[in-house]
Design a protein around this ligand. Structure first.
Ligand SMILES: NC(=O)c1ccc[n+]([C@@H]2O[C@H](COP(=O)([O-])OP(=O)(O)OC[C@H]3O[C@@H](n4cnc5c(N)ncnc54)[C@H](OP(=O)(O)O)[C@@H]3O)[C@@H](O)[C@H]2O)c1
Length: 259
């Protein structure tokens, strides 16, 4: 089998949480271009529909699922719907997450702390347990957890350390699950992005251009990533070409964490 054949995802079904926008959409699109059938899940049905029709324009088979993964309960509902409507996936990308707060620890209400842990860690645990767990009897599966370089460093420009904490825990969950599930042929890896110029970030930087400049100054490659740049890494990790890779964390940050 050639290298290109090993990257081909034809016949594989992939669930991408938060697949309607940003990095999730870019990874879903790359997986679809590599041949995978997609199920993308997020809250806003209209945005989901728009994303699906963009993907279908590229002849990608794409199903949508409106779901709120802010809580473990919401994640459980989504997983049950995936299993009932689409069966056991081959590939799961746990991409939903985000910081959405800028509160220093000394002022952080417990509810805010827990909300971010739910959004970045607990729902990913539920999806891994239910959808990843269902992969075990089939003895093939790929789970990719989207962490962040904030699992390794505390970024200076924004507070809300529940995010760093949750992403660091997601990385260790990735490694421990990888060890447990390696005998079943289910690999579990993490991608740790640095700053990417998603539409959400672009809008944010329009209000704070100095912040964009400051962040870019810290990146050795001198710019933020574009969402398309994360797609090929997701395809590699989802494919047979990555059959000997598990429990690894792939930093994709233009060199931000080097110095
Ligand atoms: N962008 C970056 O620079 C960067 C850097 C490091 C790590 N990351 C990580 O990469 C992942 C994706 O980030 P992003 O920047 O691409 O985010 P984004 O542009 O804000 O997109 C987030 C996606 O997740 C969905 N989503 C958000 N909250 C949800 C919820 N409660 N339930 C279900 N779906 C939800 C959104 O759709 P709806 O709003 O319609 O639900 C959308 O599809 C996150 O885990 C983030 O922490 C991003």
């Amino acid at each position: 089998m050639s290298f290109w054949d090993r990257l081909n995802l034809k016949g594989k079904k992939a669930v991408v949480t938060g697949g309607s926008r940003g990095l999730g959409f870019a990874m879903a699109q790359a997986l679809g271009q590599a041949g995978a059938e997609l199920v993308i899940a997020s809250r806003d049905e209209e945005k989901l529909g728009e994303a699906a029709s963009r993907l279908r324009d590229e002849q990608i088979t794409c199903h949508t699922l409106a779901a709120d993964l802010s809580t473990p309960q919401g994640a459980e509902v989504m997983c049950q719907q995936v299993l009932q409507q689409h069966g056991v996936p081959d590939i799961l990308i746990n991409n939903v997450g985000g910081r959405r707060i800028d509160i220093p620890t000394e002022e952080m209400p417990l509810e805010e702390w827990l909300r971010i842990i739910d959004l970045n860690l607990n729902q990913a645990f539920v999806c891994t347990k239910l959808l990843g767990g269902a992969m075990l009897p089939r003895r093939w599966g790929r789970i990719i957890n989207v962490a962040s370089i904030c699992a390794m460093i505390a970024v200076p420009h924004i507070k809300g350390r529940s995010y760093e904490t949750a992403k660091a825990a997601l990385v260790m969950f990735t490694k421990a699950t990888a060890a447990d599930w390696a005998p079943y042929g289910v690999t579990v890896n993490a991608i740790a992005p640095g700053a990417f110029l998603t539409d959400t970030n672009r809008r944010w930087f329009e209000q704070r251009p100095q912040l964009q400049h400051d962040i870019e100054q810290e990146i050795p490659l001198g710019r933020m990533g574009t969402p398309e740049e994360i797609g090929p890494l997701a395809v590699l990790l989802a494919s047979d070409a990555a059959s000997y890779i598990t429990g690894s964390v792939f930093v994709i940050d233009g060199g931000r964490t080097l110095a």
